[in-house]
Design a binder for this molecule. Structure first.
Ligand SMILES: *Cc1c(COP(=O)(O)O)cnc(C)c1O
Length: 432
């Protein structure tokens, strides 16, 4: 384990050059260390529960490439399958039998999905699902929740959580008011607010989209009755219920949050895990709704690289590994031990903290809990989080560089990594 000051000279050199070449030196803003200070660490390679940076430091990784690495980084079975698939070509631009295989796996696993369309990212899946909600209902308005992130499309960049929150941008310039005018927002876990929006906009709301467990405002769980209440309200008002399971799909359980909580939405978006580390997104749901999508129906949506054999292969292999008996029991056990340990350490060292976990997804807020919504999450001590983040990095633990991100474990995280992480937290929190 690394103690003391990190060696970062190579990371600094590469990042300095990157800043001249790419805005902010990164390809996605969440990778920068804007909210925690300091400079991002440049990775060299990843394996299992670990990442190594270009200066040779080793970290226990709780970001897991933001979710996809649920079997552990660079799982040998996934890598071998990708290598074999690549021999036959990386993209066909024509139907490929592997699409059927992954589609069947998704349809079998996710209760709401009777038919599926593959795309290349979670953002794309959410953009398409929004068009589909409007096409199917003939209505324009949609409801989203404060702190929920549904990709970077214009219509969703309203109170959109982590990435945006971290940069302190309440919205983004370049998003026309006309685009977000039909995006209504409500606080998470607040059924009355949703009921009121439906009453104020009779017959105008196409549907409601949410993260069934929030991971983009830290980690926030739905209160008892919240998801069921949304299911009832949408049905009552002829609106569609959409679960954005880009993060929770195949992570909270094999069938996602909808299986875990027993609430079936009309449509679902997926991403992250189903690509096994390659770019894949998907949207799916009721057959009568999916029949609207071109070329079966009139709603246009397309993609040059969508359903390519390489990405399908990585997804198929990843799901095969996940459906082995004991996968989710392992994730549950390891992750709840981790969060219990971290909360104990916080208590022992006198820091207000709250947090929780479901399966391989967790969160820790430096705030008196419980955290019910984004407003609560924002009461966290961000200065303390920054110091904690830096301290953990120096102890060889890589956490997401923002208080407003969930953490992820994988099948490769064992008691050994968890114990070392708790020890590291003890050392860091004692000195906060
Ligand atoms: C990551 C994420 C997205 C966006 O997916 P990308 O692949 O990054 O475009 C959308 N919704 C949720 C809930 C996410 O966590």
């Amino acid at each position: 384990m690394i103690t003391g000051t990190l060696r970062t000279s190579k990371s600094e050199e590469i990042f300095a050059a990157a800043q001249q070449l790419m805005p902010g030196g990164v390809s996605s803003p969440v990778r920068a260390f804007k909210s925690v200070g300091g400079q991002p660490i440049v990775f060299d390679r990843v394996k299992g529960a670990y990442a190594w940076d270009v200066d040779g430091n080793q970290y226990i990784d709780y970001v897991g490439t933001w979710g996809p690495a649920i079997c552990g980084h660079a799982h040998p079975d996934v890598i071998r399958a990708i290598q074999e698939a690549a021999e036959k070509g990386t993209s066909f631009g024509a139907p490929c039998a592997l699409e059927n295989v992954l589609a069947e796996m998704v349809i079998d696993a996710v209760p709401s999905v009777e038919m599926v369309r593959f795309v290349n990212s979670g953002t794309e899946a959410c953009m398409a699902v929004l068009r589909l909600m409007r096409a199917f209902t003939g209505r324009e308005k949609v409801i989203k929740f404060e702190g929920c992130y549904h990709g970077h499309a214009d219509m969703f960049l309203v109170k959109a959580g982590s990435g945006v929150a971290t940069l302190g941008l309440p919205d983004s310039p370049g998003v026309p008011k006309s685009t977000t005018a039909s995006t209504l927002t409500a606080p998470y876990n607040d059924l009355d607010a949703v009921r009121q929006l439906f009453e104020e906009n009779p017959g105008e709301i196409a549907g409601l989209i949410l993260e069934p467990v929030v991971g983009n405002a830290g980690f926030i769980v739905p209160e008892a009755g919240f998801l069921a209440g949304l299911r009832e309200l949408t049905q009552e008002h002829g609106a569609l219920l959409v679960f954005d399971e880009v993060m929770t799909g195949f992570r909270i359980s094999y069938g996602g949050a909808q299986e875990k909580f027993g609430i079936t939405p009309d449509l679902t978006t997926l991403g992250k895990v189903i690509g096994g580390g390659l770019p894949v997104g998907a949207y799916g749901g009721r057959k009568d709704i999916m029949a609207m999508v071109a070329p079966a129906g009139p709603m246009y949506q397309a993609g040059t690289l969508s359903g390519n054999p390489l990405a399908m292969t990585a997804g198929i292999k990843t799901l095969e590994l996940l459906r082995r008996p004991g996968s989710y029991e392992h994730l549950d056990r390891v992750t709840s031990r981790l969060i219990a340990g971290l909360l104990d350490v916080a208590k022992e060292t006198g820091h207000a903290a709250s947090g929780g976990s479901i399966s391989g997804m967790f969160g820790l807020f430096f705030a008196e809990g419980p955290v019910h919504n984004y407003e609560d999450a924002k009461k966290s001590d961000l200065v303390k989080f920054s110091k904690f983040h830096r301290g953990m990095l120096e102890q060889g633990v890589y956490l997401a560089p923002s208080q407003f991100e969930a953490g992820f474990t994988s099948l490769a995280h064992t008691d050994e990594e968890v114990d070392r992480t708790i020890e590291a937290a003890k050392a860091v929190m004692s000195n906060l």
